[in-house]
Design a protein around this ligand. Structure first.
Ligand SMILES: *[C@@H]1O[C@H](CO)[C@@H](O)[C@H](O)[C@H]1NC(C)=O
Ligand SMILES: *[C@@H]1O[C@H](CO)[C@@H](O)[C@H](O)[C@H]1NC(C)=O
Ligand SMILES: *[C@@H]1O[C@H](CO)[C@@H](O)[C@H](O)[C@H]1NC(C)=O
Ligand SMILES: *[C@@H]1O[C@H](CO)[C@@H](O)[C@H](O)[C@H]1NC(C)=O
Ligand SMILES: *[C@@H]1O[C@H](CO)[C@@H](O)[C@H](O)[C@H]1NC(C)=O
Length: 541
């Protein structure tokens, strides 16, 4: 048994804050004056696009910005309102925030108004996350936000059947019966930030224990590559199905939450950090690729047969920021540097297109080959010509208002202080205003970033307000506001207040056996009394 210094300090009961803990942000960082107007520009983009949503789509889930219609992808619970709440609070849009609180109080999260089955992961990240984040940000003044998060979770718990550690993906809210079928590690492994916060504020360990059970089960299963869990998992058996490995969709935020949960909880259990570090190490060995043109850095996928797929995606580009963040926490500059290289590769997909916005999916060749998947069409002459110039070629050209490249760009700025990241965020804002702004005042996606005239992608998903605009705003905001050293973001960019960072997240090899928490909260916090049935938060950090 080996105790790290920080853990000894905590055992002795000394305050971790009196020590120089690890920090993610570059110290003394400030946004130079010449960028000052950008922050307000993003706030105006929010007001304009949210105004269009309110005018044409409220209380439906999402605006169809180009046709001024609406969509209901999430049971008509007003996804755009709820998901945008922390953005409103952070931007100081108090009237909008207060209206949103009133609206949230009116939503019945126990019924799908659209009659379809409910996705556990989506509901967690788009509803529980922002409700709990807003509850914290507004200093616990609106207990109804906590009550609504609990109302929702008390339905979602039915996704865990019997002793299954892995929840089913979809639930029938009428019968509380899950839909049979496989799930994936992103769905089962992107619950822990939100469900642990819910336990913290309700003083009920049920939620965190369910989410922990799922996360640890995945981390403990034999993986195709060390630390790199397979994508598909069957809740009925608890086993992986196939061996597909990716940092992209359906796997992504499981890896994201390994390191973020370690930071948010300061847990004694080293499995999260150790698994994350092993995953990154394996990725560097097996998935990190340099393009034969331009020497760009990309992270490949691995297919069920263990073959490297030379592909990348907008979604996966969160990896750059995640490696920068985690590399800082575990104090490993090698990982930070790879994160910064991945950032360059992702930014290149923006800088190279006609719109100045990156495509949904792309491919490349590296010295070990250019296989992109069985049955994938060979690149056309046009794609090859593009590759020879830019070191990647797009395979799916739409842009659906996703945040990931700008999310990583935000981490890169806050960690390094290099103003090139501010310039890039500025370039993205200009591209959005030039190509995405439509007459309704909303912003629409594009069908093809190489051909902005080829029509709009007519869905303004709630992550536009929650993530894309919040990451842009924070990029130009005072770095002390919502500092990466004081907050951990859920995968939908809802910030949770974090305790003081430990001196080191290097991992101990696991010196305390994990047990489900009987007593909540864990070390460093004092449980609060419950006042007239409304749970109050514990000691504030
Ligand atoms: C949910 O279950 C009810 C009762 O069995 C059924 O009528 C309904 O069609 C189901 N909904 C979905 C979306 O499967
Ligand atoms: C799901 O599978 C279980 C057994 O594996 C079965 O008992 C149940 O009826 C199935 N449910 C549905 C809705 O198919
Ligand atoms: C930093 O991370 C790299 C990549 O995983 C690893 O090879 C190296 O050993 C790590 N350095 C330390 C000091 O742990
Ligand atoms: C390619 O980039 C790597 C860093 O990722 C660098 O070490 C190497 O020298 C570069 N190679 C060329 C040919 O520029
Ligand atoms: C991939 O390799 C094949 C066969 O060597 C070649 O014809 C093709 O042009 C390559 N594609 C790229 C993008 O390099």
């Amino acid at each position: 048994m080996r105790l790290s210094f920080s853990r000894v300090v905590l055992v002795l009961g000394l305050s971790a804050t009196s020590l120089a803990g690890v920090s993610v942000q570059k110290s003394g960082l400030s946004v130079p004056k010449q960028y000052a107007s950008r922050r307000d520009q993003v706030k105006d983009m929010f007001k304009s696009s949210y105004g269009a949503y309110m005018k044409y789509a409220f209380p439906h889930d999402d605006l169809a910005p180009s046709s001024t219609g609406f969509w209901d992808f999430t049971h008509q619970w007003g996804a755009s309102v709820i998901d945008a709440m922390p953005t409103m609070y952070i931007m100081g849009l108090n009237d909008l925030f207060n209206d949103a609180v009133k609206f949230a109080a009116s939503v019945d999260f126990t019924q799908s108004k659209t009659g379809d089955t409910v996705n556990v992961f989506d509901t967690t990240i788009r509803f529980l996350g922002p409700l709990l984040s807003s509850y914290e940000l507004s200093n616990f003044k609106h207990p109804v936000l906590l009550a609504k998060a609990k109302q929702s979770a008390d339905k979602l718990v039915h996704a865990w059947v019997g002793d299954n550690p892995i929840p089913y993906s979809f639930l029938n809210f009428t019968t509380n019966q899950p839909t049979n079928g496989t799930s994936n590690i992103a769905e089962a492994g992107t619950l822990l930030l939100e469900w642990s916060r819910l336990s913290k504020y309700t003083l009920n360990p049920k939620y965190v224990n369910l989410a922990t059970k799922a996360m640890k089960h995945i981390a403990n299963l034999p993986a195709p590559l060390p630390g790199l869990a397979a994508q598909v998992i069957d809740p009925a058996t608890g086993n992986f199905v196939g061996g597909y490995v990716s940092w992209g969709s359906e796997s992504d935020s499981y890896f994201e939450y390994l390191i973020k949960y370690a930071r948010l909880s300061n847990t004694w259990d080293s499995i999260y950090i150790d698994t994350w570090k092993t995953a990154v190490d394996s990725s560097i060995r097996s998935l990190l690729k340099k393009s034969t043109v331009g020497n760009h850095t990309y992270l490949a996928d691995l297919d069920d047969e263990g073959r490297v797929l030379h592909i990348g995606s907008h979604l996966a580009c969160f990896h750059a920021g995640n490696w920068i963040y985690g590399g800082k926490l575990v104090q490993n500059q090698t990982i930070v540097n790879y994160g910064l290289e991945l950032m360059e590769g992702c930014w290149n997909t923006y800088a190279s297109t006609t719109a100045g916005i990156g495509p949904e999916r792309f491919a490349y060749a590296s010295p070990d080959g250019n296989f992109t998947g069985e049955g994938d069409p060979a690149p056309t002459a046009e794609q090859l010509a593009f590759y020879e110039k830019h070191g990647f070629y797009q395979t799916i050209g739409f842009y659906v208002l996703r945040p990931e490249v700008l999310e990583s760009n935000f981490y890169a700025w806050r960690a390094t202080g290099d103003t090139k990241y501010l310039d890039r965020a500025g370039a993205a804002i200009d591209a959005f205003n030039k190509y995405l702004l439509v007459p309704s005042g909303g912003y629409a996606g594009l069908n093809d970033v190489m051909n902005p005239g080829a029509g709009y992608w007519d869905i303004a998903d709630s992550f536009w307000y929650a993530e894309t605009l919040k990451y842009l705003y924070l990029t130009f905001d005072d770095p002390k506001h919502i500092s990466l050293d004081n907050y951990v973001f859920n995968t939908e960019c809802s910030p949770f207040k974090a305790p003081p960072a430990l001196l080191s997240y290097k991992g101990s090899g696991g010196w305390l056996p994990w047990k489900p928490w009987k007593v909540w909260p864990t070390h460093g916090e004092v449980p609060a009394a419950t006042v007239s049935g409304v749970p109050r938060e514990g000691r504030k950090w």
